[in-house]
Design a protein around this ligand. Structure first.
Ligand code: SAH
Ligand code: SF4
Length: 364
């Protein structure tokens, strides 16, 4: 006989729970009540659901689990940013970053264990790719951190490990739970998805989730350079990515953030700034210049601050809105591109990376 595997209740919405309640002879209104305990109160045991009848609590424990992951390690930065190593039951793991900011609480989520895109300057990409996460696992990242920190999440950014648009179906299912009132209740405008550009999925996102913020990691203004810095460009060249961006803007009428990591002598020259401003002229975009975080064993050196400032000034001169970002969590390797620890796969992070970092929270 097949062993009865308990389902994870984290990741469910009322419509997922109602059929089970029906089979158990329970009224469907219990679904909302139960899920309030899951997402609002974030209890760790069904027994804590004090307004649920005891019999139903027991049936719940017999059929479901409340979360499947464990936090194996927490590192806290001097700026308050925290990095969690979250381990799944099968033993692999992802990193999740929590960024407290005055009245906001932003969590940076991973969508894959590793990343198949393999950008050479990114620790995650260098460490390799193991698998994509399921929607439940993506939801659980946020849930587990929120439970452990006793914090209500106000903003989400998909800027952790992995390329979200190469895992679109699961991402979309997770977004349903995040934005639903019966789930996390986080408004779509407080959620940002970052991608290197998968044209057809950018358009699907525009149609399915027009209010979710999009960040497009460009990093290079020509195909030659981008083929090297963002290898997915060989599949989806700049022309296709920019055509998708224009269509995205047409569909959503919402400003897109362009992410551009500055690497000395690779992509931070005057010529690059001019090329970039030509590519983006007339588009509803805002450029985030990210001083790179140095990854040990790579030839990528963060641009010195004066070059970054000059690059920003040139874009501005050509009418492109631009911000030079700072990043948080640098003393715990929780900054962009530094999420790398995968069970059995380890990248190496230099300890002398650039002091000027960006904050990766772009929600509003
Ligand atoms: N795969 C998606 C989302 C995750 S990466 C994407 O690339 O957009 C989130 C951001 O961190 C991206 O803009 C990425 O380019 C940036 N990043 C990666 N490695 C970095 C590094 N070493 N220093 C600074 N930013 C980096
Ligand atoms: Fe993947 Fe993004 Fe890292 Fe590139 S920068 S390897 S797409 S996580």
């Amino acid at each position: 006989m097949r062993k009865n595997v308990k389902k994870n209740i984290v990741g469910m919405l009322p419509e997922d729970l109602v059929p089970w309640l029906g089979r158990e002879g329970e009224p469907s209104y219990r679904a909302r009540q139960i899920l309030r305990w899951v997402y609002e109160k974030r209890v760790s045991s069904f027994q804590d659901m004090s307004d649920i009848p005891l019999g139903l609590r027991e049936k719940l424990s017999a059929s479901f689990v409340l979360g499947t992951t464990r936090i194996a390690e927490v590192r806290t930065s001097s700026d308050g940013t925290k990095k969690f190593l979250l381990v799944f039951p099968q033993g692999d793991s992802v990193e999740v970053v929590a960024i407290p900011q005055r009245s906001w609480y932003t969590v940076c989520l991973s969508t894959q264990v590793g990343c198949p895109v393999r950008c050479p300057f990114c620790a995650t990409g260098r460490a390799g790719f193991r698998r994509s996460l399921t929607a439940d696992e993506i939801v659980e990242e946020a849930w587990r951190v929120s439970q452990s920190e006793r914090e209500r999440i106000t903003h989400l950014v998909f800027m952790g490990m992995g390329e979200p648009l190469l895992n679109y179906e699961e991402l979309a299912r997770a977004l349903r739970v995040f934005q639903s009132r019966e789930g996390f209740g986080i408004g779509s405008r407080r959620i940002t998805v970052s991608t290197v550009g998968v044209p057809e999925k950018m358009l699907q996102l525009a149609r399915d989730w027009p209010e979710v913020n999009l960040a497009l990691s460009l990093h290079a203004p020509s195909d030659d350079l981008r083929n090297f810095l963002v290898p997915l460009n060989r599949t989806y060249p700049l022309k296709e990515v920019l055509a998708a961006l224009r269509e995205y803007l047409h569909l959503t009428r919402r400003r897109v953030t362009i992410e551009y990591t500055l690497w000395q002598d690779f992509n931070d020259g005057k010529v690059h700034a001019l090329q970039l401003s030509r590519l983006l002229r007339g588009l509803l975009v805002h450029v985030n210049l990210i001083p790179g975080n140095r990854i040990k064993g790579t030839p990528f050196v963060p641009s010195p601050p004066e070059r970054a400032v000059a690059f920003a000034a040139l874009l501005q001169k050509h009418g492109i809105p631009v911000t030079l970002r700072r990043s948080r969590g640098r003393d715990i390797q929780a900054a962009c591109g530094e999420l790398y620890r995968i069970h059995g796969l380890r990248g190496e992070v230099a300890d002398d990376y650039c002091p000027e970092k960006r904050c990766n929270a772009t929600g509003n």
